[in-house]
Design a protein around this ligand. Structure first.
Ligand code: SF4
Ligand code: SF4
Length: 408
């Protein structure tokens, strides 16, 4: 038996011509396919031990801006009842807009927000930031309060977090605690958090391309087996403890427009990617950034839908073939240490994704400005140290300097 990872899978596809069964021009429409009618949420799921019954496809608010209140109302009207935001989204703007939109509807919804609590932050500073979140949201409490983008076990070991968390719950400001993560040390962090039973909910970056079963499904006939992906094991342990698991970054880069020519009514790439994640046994529901009403309609087209179809598989394979050359999962960390100037390469690529794939250059620039070290060194570097550093063959030396130029 041979082993295959996503890179080997793509090579296999190129060599054997694995048939995707779809052709350009099968539809060709550039609008939101699958949105022939507002279909609404068709399934609510139990979010682990929280006992909250949340929409299987829920609202991510990363780019929410003033004037988007109507979008939140539309999502509410379609049955979405779980809304995710964060202190850092638009420097608090997302929370403000969310708070304005949900005024008078607090009892109908679950609201989650996040702060990135550091390894040396004090309980007092965390409480102050929670209070600021609540003030922007104009709410007395949040249902889930996350430690955001955790990629360092030391942040979880900080005793001040525990002191803060107990106090915040006792004061009724927080019902449940969570951890979100999408970095290279996510597996270590999830393992530690689950072992210590620190959280009721985990918000984790995962998608079809991180799931060993995706590769197995295409390669079984060729006596290939997929590498076990590291995150699935601690996720399964979390499920054993009845910790709720929410998936994010499920579109693997969200290049939706690239896929329009291959889609047909009722079978869009996003719906296929959602069906995949919602069929993962470890996952309860997902959050996805919704930018407009067409997004809401298209995305909810996958709510309550059952098994992954052959057409879904063809779309996912097509997407993987078209995009793996520049997609950084942010979770393998194999390029760590390659840059003598300590440029955080996966972070650069994530922000490039925000700008190029999500089409949101201003948010990408905001996030880029937060980096302790940016890519300015790339401007005078010939790229030789990182040229072959990516084990997934992303041409780092060609991408880093232009990314810095675009975002700085
Ligand atoms: S181009 Fe040079 S400075 Fe930039 S990430 Fe690569 S090695 Fe580092
Ligand atoms: S750039 Fe490549 S090696 Fe580095 S984290 Fe991304 S996929 Fe992994």
């Amino acid at each position: 038996m041979r082993k295959v990872d996503r890179r080997a899978f793509l090579r296999l596809g190129a060599v054997t011509g694995l048939a995707s069964g779809i052709t350009v021009g099968s539809n060709g429409a550039a609008n939101a396919l699958g949105s022939d009618a507002a279909q609404g949420v068709k399934k609510y799921v139990r979010l682990g031990r929280t006992e909250m019954k949340v929409a299987d496809i829920s609202f991510g608010s990363f780019p929410l801006r003033h004037g988007d209140e109507g979008l939140v109302h539309y999502a509410l009207d379609q049955g979405i009842n779980y809304f995710d935001t964060a202190e850092s989204y638009g420097d608090g703007t997302s929370e403000v807009v969310m708070g304005n939109a949900l005024k008078g509807r607090r009892d109908d919804v679950y609201v989650a927000t996040k702060i990135a609590a550091g390894a040396r932050d004090s309980a007092g500073s965390m409480m102050r930031r929670l209070d600021e979140c609540l003030s922007r949201l104009q709410m007395d409490y949040v249902d889930v309060f996350f430690n955001h983008a955790v990629n360092d076990v030391d942040r979880l070991k900080n005793p001040e977090w525990h002191e803060f968390a107990e106090k915040a719950k006792a004061q009724g400001k927080v019902k449940y605690l969570g951890m979100s993560g999408h970095g290279g040390y996510l597996v270590d962090c999830v393992e530690y958090a689950v072992e210590q039973d620190m959280f009721d909910v985990l918000l984790l970056a995962t998608n079809f391309g991180e799931d060993a079963a995706f590769y197995e499904r295409f390669t079984r006939a060729f006596d290939f087996v997929a590498n076990q992906q590291g995150l699935q094991e601690p996720m399964a342990k979390a499920k054993e403890k009845d910790i709720g698991i929410i998936a994010m970054k499920v579109l693997r880069g969200a290049k939706l427009n690239d896929m329009r020519p291959y889609e047909k009514q009722g079978y869009t790439y996003s719906q296929a990617a959602f069906r995949w994640v919602l069929n993962m046994p470890e996952v309860d529901n997902l959050i996805i950034t919704m930018r407009n009403r067409d997004n809401v309609d298209e995305f909810l087209g996958a709510s309550g839908s059952g098994a992954v179809t052959d057409y879904d598989m063809a779309l996912l394979q097509q997407y993987a073939k078209m995009n793996e050359a520049t997609y950084c999962s942010n979770t393998c960390n194999d390029c760590e240490g390659s840059c003598p100037y300590n440029v955080p390469i996966p972070d650069l690529l994530r922000m490039r994704m925000y700008a190029m794939d999500y089409g949101d250059v201003s948010i990408a620039r905001q996030e880029y400005a937060r980096l302790a070290v940016d890519g300015s060194a790339c401007l005078s570097c010939d790229g030789s140290p990182c040229r072959d550093a990516c084990t997934h063959e992303i041409p780092l030396a060609d991408l880093c300097a232009p990314t810095h130029q675009m975002l700085s």
